[in-house]
Ligand binder design. Structure first.
Ligand code: RNT
Ligand code: ZN
Length: 416
């Protein structure tokens, strides 16, 4: 018996004492797909053009070995997925098209993404999608869909419509729903006079994009809010209230990005409310540091709270979990692995809690038991369960994955 298995069996006994069946938990964990975002691989550059990153987001760092072609990016993704237990999804952005044709965002079609689909099939991955409303000359004076200029608006409306066709194509080809997430950077640096009209324009532009009913089988649209962006500090058109209203009245998924709120505001506490009213939730698991900085996801309190809220309230069925961070100061493959494994681990920790028992105690007013258990659980051997899960899935345990990344850096990334 391997050391990992031996430790797992001991952990299994400890959890059994508090009524938790670790084998069952690992089956549940295997059902959760994480949508890993392609854009960590090349600092949100994509392959549409050499246009600099705009839209109020920013990547710092110039760690060597960045992928500069779709083939390199897929190679890096394969490396990352090989270090992450389970079968997952890849979240593409429109600017990641893979074609020799010179096409603009208002011209893209499913055929420009055929290579990604073929690869996803081969790898057993699902695909999600995002129209790209930034890093483009038609992002004018800080506006896209909410622009006062009808020419600008129409360009982006066409892009939005086309993105939905591509998402539906992904869903159909891969036999699993493709979430298509709409985020637009539109806003003003300084205090506006009119906060209302741009929001009305955004609402109407989105209504045009979503006019065609594509059904729910292959693709689901999501809308992502934000508090502010670089250069849009005073006013962002697509605020939280805007998209709560939009998503709920138009039956769209509402996307919550962990970095898109006031610094002390957390998304974990929003999930139970949103779940009561929304068709579904999309998460952008990210880490703000003082601002929407898109740091790599670590095992911090908020990540664990997100995991607990999803598990305790049984929300995994209506929640799509995506990641959203971009750090160019560290090995990009390592960034993916750290963020994805942490997200899985946070869910595992939550699943290893005797939730029904704790809910019972809470209802009975036994807050002492509630506190004793939640505190003692922090010292339970959850890592032994995680390590066993990795071993069962044939991915490296503990620090071993880092050895693989270092070899990959030496043999592949350093030679680019
Ligand atoms: C920006 C949003 C958005 C982007 C991606 C690249 O603040 O979080 O999700 O990060 O579309
Ligand atoms: Zn996001």
């Amino acid at each position: 018996m391997s050391k990992v298995t031996d430790q797992y069996l001991q952990a299994k006994e400890r959890y059994a004492e508090i009524g938790v069946d670790t084998d069952e938990v690992l089956k549940r964990l295997a059902d959760v797909k994480i949508s890993m975002h392609v854009w960590q691989g090349d600092d949100v550059q994509g392959f549409l053009s050499d246009e600099a990153l705009s839209g109020g987001i920013s990547v710092t760092g110039n760690y060597p070995g960045k992928a500069t072609t779709p083939a390199e990016l897929r190679q890096d993704l394969e490396e990352a997925y090989s270090l992450i237990p389970g079968k997952h999804k890849l979240n593409l952005h429109a600017i990641y098209l893979d074609t020799d044709e010179k096409v603009d965002l208002n011209e893209i079609e499913p055929k420009h993404f055929e290579k990604w689909v073929a690869w996803a099939k081969e790898q057993g991955l699902g695909l999600d999608f995002n129209p790209t409303f930034f890093s483009h000359p038609m992002f004018k004076d800080g506006f896209t869909l909410a622009s006062p200029d009808p020419e600008v608006r129409d360009f982006w409306i066409e892009h939005g419509k086309r993105s939905r066709k591509i998402a539906a194509y992904f869903g159909k080809e891969l036999g699993q729903v493709c979430v298509n997430n709409f985020w637009v950077p539109d806003g003003y640096k300084d205090n506006p006079i009119d906060r209302y009209t741009p929001r009305k324009r955004l609402m109407e532009a989105l209504d045009e994009i979503f006019a065609e009913d594509l059904g729910d089988e292959y693709t689901l649209d999501a809308v992502e809010s934000k508090l502010f962006g670089l250069g849009a500090e005073a006013y962002t058109v697509g605020s939280h209230e805007f998209y709560m209203g939009y998503g709920l009245t138009r039956d769209k998924l509402v996307c919550l990005d962990a970095g898109h709120f006031h610094p002390t505001e957390v998304i974990s506490n929003k999930l139970s409310s949103l779940a009561l009213f929304s068709k579904g939730i999309l998460l952008h698991v990210s880490r703000p540091v003082r601002w929407d900085s898109d740091h790599v996801v670590i095992m911090d309190d908020e990540l664990q709270e997100i995991g607990k809220e999803l598990v305790r309230n049984d929300l995994l069925g209506k929640t799509h979990i995506g990641l959203d961070f971009f750090d160019a100061t560290i090995n990009r493959v390592a960034a993916w692995v750290i963020g994805t494994r942490n997200t899985q681990k946070a869910l595992l920790k939550a699943m290893l809690e005797p939730t029904a028992f704790l809910k019972e105690k809470e209802l009975a007013g036994d807050f002492t038991t509630r506190l004793v258990f939640t505190e003692e659980l922090k010292d339970f051997p959850f890592a032994d369960v995680w390590n066993y899960y990795c071993e069962q899935n044939n991915v490296p345990v503990g620090l071993d994955w880092f050895e693989e990344v270092k070899n990959y850096e030496k043999n592949v990334l350093a030679k680019r």
